[in-house]
Design a protein around this ligand. Structure first.
Ligand SMILES: Nc1ncnc2c1ncn2[C@@H]1O[C@H](COP(=O)(O)OP(=O)(O)OP(=O)(O)O)[C@@H](O)[C@H]1O
Ligand SMILES: O=C(O)C1=C[C@@H](O)[C@@H](O)[C@H](O)C1
Ligand SMILES: [Mg+2]
Length: 303
């Protein structure tokens, strides 16, 4: 059963962010967004007042030196991709799912910023709703089931909103009802190899993650064995997401042998790219059945 009382707290908080329901304009780090020319899908949505982004030049040597502007290229690529995706997203929310430490918060914040969406972390919303400072404490004082009920209530409340990027809790995928809520928007699974997850988690410690916390033992080994157990229990639950972003695939495309070489921006760009492909592929279905889709989505079909 889902917990009550979360809805009101959440509504109040989200209202403060001005996520609004205005069509065609919202304040964001990249300005107000407006569909200027639906016929030109690639540039149809652009930050108001911003200049069109010039096509990116391929990396090339100049005078024997490598181009020094890799990070600028990456930032431009991210911005250009977000402008394209905004048109297709049409205000729908993005839910990031994945194991603990998969980068949902890190990548989600980048995506929300560049899309001009608001960012929410469902674990933090549960803490607020329950009035406790950490998920670890909620597990300890109440129970995992109590946490899961509140998590479902938070996701239910978020599902009626628009223009959000939501970093979900790592276990949100296990309850079918949560998928009902997340399917109102687009879901993205950040698929990260377990050893990379364990390395990340060992670096920051397990105290904030009650399902991984162990009184003793080598942090990497403990995290790895607990994560392996959870992965097995959860089976294909993450694969319910609309889009899978595999860090191994990105690394291999970029010629890296290790996913730790990927920046969160690389992962955000790939996520946006996959979202765009998914929406284009499913436009007809979405326009027919998606309660969050605005009329522009239907117009895409006629272009
Ligand atoms: N691409 C990356 N490369 C290396 N480290 C990363 C990357 N993305 C995130 N991290 C680091 O990994 C840790 C976990 O990231 P983050 O908190 O974003 O994951 P999460 O999926 O939100 O985790 P949780 O489910 O516990 O909330 C953080 O310390 C973060 O800085
Ligand atoms: O994977 C999980 O089950 C969890 C992940 C975290 O985000 C928290 O939601 C909580 O610690 C449980
Ligand atoms: Mg997080």
């Amino acid at each position: 059963m889902e917990a009550g009382g979360v809805g009101l707290a959440l509504q109040t908080r989200v209202a403060g962010f001005g996520t609004g329901r205005r069509r065609g304009g919202l304040q964001s780090p990249i300005g107000s967004l407006r569909v200027t020319d639906p016929a030109g899908a690639a540039v149809a949505v652009r930050a108001r007042g911003s200049k069109p982004v010039a096509p990116l030049r391929a990396k090339k040597s100049s005078g024997g030196h490598e181009n020094l502007h890799n990070s600028v290229d990456e930032a431009l690529l991210l911005k250009r991709k977000s402008e394209e995706v905004l048109f297709y997203l049409n205000g729908r929310c993005i839910y990031l799912v994945g194991m603990m430490g998969s980068g949902k918060s890190t990548v989600g914040k980048i995506m929300s910023e560049v899309l001009g969406y608001s960012f929410f972390d469902s674990d933090k919303l549960v803490e607020q709703a329950v009035g406790m400072p950490s998920v670890a404490q909620i597990f300890k004082v109440h129970s995992e089931a109590f946490f899961r009920d509140n998590e479902s209530s938070v996701l239910r409340d978020l599902s009626s909103m628009r223009r959000l990027v939501v970093a979900t809790g790592g276990g949100a995928v296990i309850r079918p009802v949560n998928w009902k809520y997340m399917k109102k928007g687009l879901s993205v699974w950040l698929d990260v190899p377990l050893d990379a997850l364990a390395r990340r988690i060992a670096k920051v410690g397990t105290a904030s993650r009650p399902l991984l916390d162990q009184p003793s033992g080598d942090p990497y080994t403990m995290a790895f064995s607990k994560l392996s157990m959870l992965a097995e229990q959860r089976g294909d639950a993450y694969a319910n997401a609309d889009v899978r972003v595999s860090l191994e695939e990105i690394a291999s495309k970029q010629g890296h042998d290790d996913v730790s070489k990927l920046t969160p921006t690389d992962i955000a760009i790939e996520s946006l790219h996959k979202i765009e492909s998914f929406v284009i592929e499913h436009t007809a279905d979405n326009a027919a059945g998606d309660s969050q889709a605005e009329p522009q989505v239907q117009r895409i079909q006629t272009l």
